[in-house]
Design a protein around this ligand. Sequence first.
Ligand SMILES: NC(=O)c1ccc[n+]([C@@H]2O[C@H](COP(=O)([O-])OP(=O)(O)OC[C@H]3O[C@@H](n4cnc5c(N)ncnc54)[C@H](OP(=O)(O)O)[C@@H]3O)[C@@H](O)[C@H]2O)c1
Length: 315
Amino acid sequence: MKNKKIVIAGGTGFIGNSLIEYFGRDNNIVILSRQKRPASGSITYVPWDGKSLQGWEQALENADLLVNLTGKSVNCRYTARNKQEIFDSRTNATKVLGEAIRTLTHPPKVWINAASATIYRHAEDRPMDEFTGETANDFSVQVCKLWEKTFNDIQLPATRKIVLRIAVTLGWQPGGVMHPYLNLVKFGLGGHQGNGRQMFSWVHVTDVCRMIAWLFEQPTLEGTFNCSAPHPVPNKVFMQTLRKVSGHKIGIPAPAPLLAAGAAIIGTETELLLKSRWVLPTRITQAGFIFEYGHLADAFKDILAHLPRKQYHLW
Ligand SMILES: NC(=O)c1ccc[n+]([C@@H]2O[C@H](COP(=O)([O-])OP(=O)(O)OC[C@H]3O[C@@H](n4cnc5c(N)ncnc54)[C@H](OP(=O)(O)O)[C@@H]3O)[C@@H](O)[C@H]2O)c1
């Protein structure tokens, strides 16, 4: 993708920074953010509040691509207040982007809205894909459903809309899950979590960027796509692979009760580690997309190559 105008809402976070790195050299990037930041090269920052029209909508005029990544992180305790903010930050931003687009003379050609592969139920029996996957009704699934419904209810005649159900995204950039996992491995705690049989669906952040670029170029593709690598693994294999690639022989496992205590102390939820996410990217692979990082060991090797050894070793 070259010489395009790409608007990224919620683009200051982990995936947003990766998109800036991936697209920033050859394209003009506009970030909608609650933070005030100075422009830098081809990147400009436009302030918004993620919920009301205040003039920022002009930034979407003539955009080739809009990517919406806005959402309060789910890595927190699920208190009533946090739950509400997790819902509202996603649905308000999605809704107001739709309203903004309707005010434009030249709306974005393509709108890709983040969603989550967590929309599928806890699955230990069979993989879930866009055709045969089943959902459930716990909190995080309810968030995913309302987020997607908000997006799907928006009718835009001139904008091709795509939902990206993103799996746990692996990358070297700050803010992603690799840093906590590498800390565990570094201190000898990189064994499996729970019974280790729960499936771990993952995707390398470069493939998230590549998938966005690829979907942009396919004029006939719209609707829902799983954004997860084609070879998910059980948690035990995920941790084994990480230990092997990072050069650690031993990793003490963390049984579920220990995780519950640890999660309460560090302000997160065990669901993030113990839910069995078994997701396959059937639609995108059928459409011809080829993952650069289909296998976990290759993804880990690439990520560690971007990090200093002290991130995952004590010496
Ligand atoms: N990373 C993953 O593994 C993963 C997996 C599945 C789905 N996703 C989804 O993909 C999206 C991007 O993920 P990410 O890892 O890049 O997330 P992130 O690092 O948490 O960034 C999300 C961005 O959303 C904005 N934001 C946060 N709280 C907000 C609030 N209360 N109201 C309005 N805006 C708010 C922030 O931008 P400003 O501060 O600049 O406004 C932030 O930079 C998220 O919606 C996430 O749920 C991520």
